[in-house]
Design a protein around this ligand. Sequence first.
Ligand code: PRX
Length: 631
Amino acid sequence: MNYQIQSIGEYEEAYKFSIENPEAFWAEIAYNFKWEKKWDNVLDWNFKEPNIKWFEGGTLNITENCLDRHLEILGNKTALIWEPNNPDDEIRTFTYNQLHKEVCRFANVLKNNGAKKGDRICIYMPMVPELAIAVLACARIGAIHSVVFGGFSAQSISDRIQDAQCSMVITADGAFRGAKEIALKPIMDEALVNCPSVNKVIVLERTKAKINMLKGRDVWWQDELAKANSDCPAEIMDAEDMLFILYTSGSTGKPKGVVHTCGGYMVYVGYTFANVFQYQPNEIFFCTADIGWVTGHSYIIYGPLLNGATSLMFEGVPNFPDAGRLWDIVAKHQVNILYTAPTAIRSLMQSGLDFVKGKNLNSLTKLGSVGEPINEEAWHWYSENIGKNNCPIADTWWQTETGGILISPIAGVTPTKPSYAMLPLPGIQPILVNEKGDEILGNNVSGNLCIKFPWPGMLRTTYGDHERCRLNYFATYENLYFTGDGCLRDADGHYRITGRVDDVLNVSGHRIGTAEVENAIDKHPDVIETAVVGYPHDIKGQGIYAFVICQKFPDDEAKTRTEILEIVTKEIGAFAKPDKIQFVNGLPKTRSGKIMRRILRKIAEGELENLGDITTLLDPGVVEDIKGGRL
Ligand code: PRX
């Protein structure tokens, strides 16, 4: 990997060069990849429309870069290790040769079932190797994958399939997650009732649960594989052709399909994986995320494979069969790099050190954190008890929209500081702005985090609605990409992400829009209006607090609460269930009818004294009422 930065001096030099001459900087990195045809133009952009094009004129296939390119030298190296949910079950491993063969075979299955370049394919699967194979097989034939996390409900899947007009679905009979067995196919069947665009469903057998197969539409993965050969030349893609869609929550009730394209995404995730984690040949990289989220896309599949790394994927959850599971996996597979989320660290920290004791974690060289701010206590616990004060921690800040890591220490190369994501990677130009969009210069300041220059991994559009992309990310501040995050820059110029400044919650690292939860709760027949806010939660980072007005104050609060939780599970998924539901008679509204969330947030946080100016409220009396009923 010629693009690995190995000293602080090299970092500073690369950063300076990337600002002064971004096109030359990125071209130099892009040369490390296999292009069918090199680009004519490195970058063409404006943030106004926005119109962002990287490596135009270039053609490639990302799977040739993830697989074929490595076969000659690394063919027998392990590409993927799979650790099953049940630790007593057999692990599975795939060398680069084997993974290449499986991807090509399944790519032929897709073709045999009518899939072609440009089609959208929804993937709803457990964390088994076939999920990675399905993703790569789509990319192989130029179909656009839209992976939906296995925790989403039928309604959420249906919305996503309809939005992208998917023609095919890849799923499984069910999933094992910890002690639970989850039915996936029945949920998919329910989702598909409203999805006429789907004409083929490929079903993997995982749990052997009894399921229905619709004749003419549903086929078994294993049967189809038997009919396919493993010769499948990669479809040649334009750099700016779509690679995938991934839905994520914003401040409106409707999730957005974030679009990433082939060339830029490849260059960016390859570059960031090699640098942030300082991957060394023969190291084993374990990212605990689910492939249903962007972290799994970029740092279980694409980033590691682009670099010829060994990536470990885990089917289960950190606390099954007990809270020592992650440490058992590290010891069993001699994991070198562990990339996990603060919420997992906090929950394992709470389970106590007995689960860490006696586990051999000596193989670890580097640690990573992602998805939400990591509090100092969790950072120190991770560093001391897991890293044995010997592993740098990369607190990586990024988003679904950014494709890969933007602000993070480069492990062992640039400095770290608890709860700080530290410095931008070379090529990334963050700035802080005030409410009006003026840049806040100097250090020891805080503001809203924006990025002022494009990078290859950034989103290009939101599927089917470019205007939405513009309004969401490029219209708040002129000529800037707005992240939605608040941030401070300390005296040394190091960045600390302080959390969302919009109506987006981060619950256990899952991004949830308050409006989505409100819309779901409002479906309860007795509910008139709902306001949802976040509040600090010891383990989840943020908890969900819902203030609900019913037609008439519920006689049986517990019953209505249970019904509301069921509706949220049905509309979104169990992970979006509110932690607290308070029934109220009114909400604090301005005279123009806008809910003053600031006040509700303070009440949810328990800060009852300092609510700020409430005189502009239509009915200031409701505030006392709500304070009185606080849960
Ligand atoms: O608020 C930031 C938080 O997660 C948001 C992005 O969520 P999502 O698109 O689901 O992607 C998560 C995985 C990249 C951000 O806007 N976030 C992510 N990483 C960090 C973080 N907050 C603080 N520190 C981080 N390291």
